[in-house]
Design a protein around this ligand. Sequence first.
Ligand code: WQD
Length: 341
Amino acid sequence: MKKIIVTGGLGYIGSHTVVELQLAGFEVVIIDNLSNASADVLSGIKNITGIQPQFEKLDLRDKATTISFFEKHQNIEGIIHFAASKAVGESVTNPLLYYENNISTLITVLQQIQHKENISFIFSSSCTVYGQAEKMPISENASIQKAFSPYGNTKQIGEEILQDTAQIAKGLQVISLRYFNPIGAHSSTEIGELPGGVPQNLVPFITQTAIGLRQQLSVFGNDYPTEDGTCIRDYIHVVDLAKAHVIALKRLLNKQHKTSFEVFNIGTGTGSSVLEVIESFERVSQQKLNYKIVNRREGDVISAYADTTKANTVLGWKATSTLDEAMLSAWKWEQKIRKTN
Ligand code: WQD
């Protein structure tokens, strides 16, 4: 059984990816420092797959512990690297936290594996690297703009570090997956998004408003140059996104990659406005959402949705869930966690 390390594997996207890896027959070892996740997620994963993943509480900023972890796990064949801070707003007010947690930890991990004969590395990146792209849909060769936030900059820098390292480290092959907007939860409602505190992202704020945890959703601006005036994004079901990681990993393990560093945009290819997401939620939940229009949010791009041609044809992956299916899964998850809390 091929052993795969998943850093940040108890997080939202990480946990859904661990499920898909186990279902695909991989042995998974999770590293997580639990700064933005709970160890309870392990039982959620086990309830879905029947397999309790190996888990080591580990902060990758602790270099000595990280070194001994990789000495202990010599026979790994792949790493999927999620561990990072990801709140755009927080990165603006605390940039050094983001450069330390997102960049220095990536370097530490790469230092442990760069001399290995054969290691496949999947990097969690983001469409935020494109900033406001000129052309929609956004393809992988769209120009990389000056990042809108330190968070976005850490993804750009992370990709550059990986590209340079993969050039030299002959045994290292890398795929960077640029996520659009992950939403929803596993159909079992055993795992899902657990935003700590007030959610920054649209969909958890919608479901928390609907369940009565939040008073009202604020829609950040309806004066954008779009059909209904609200921003457009590519909302992708987190399970579709998780499956893309397994397909990308297999591409590397099976030596199907063309170069040592490849990039794929992972989205549905369809753009949805904020108001369309609200309409979708109201359709699937059969209840009205309490929201108001307020001023724009600093740093928001007008529109971002993926050109999925490369992911569909080269990677051989395609999103299958609709926006309504993803929103319904998010709503079911919200109802489940509020019942158990
Ligand atoms: C989506 C739309 C908001 C909240 C960010 C990161 C990206 C990834 C996902 C980490 C925007 C509007 C939101 C609210 C609103 N993060 N909105 N009211 O900003 O596209 O992407 O999160 O991996 O890298 O950049 O996602 O969900 O915050 O916003 O009106 O309370 O919803 O203005 O138009 P975003 P989001």
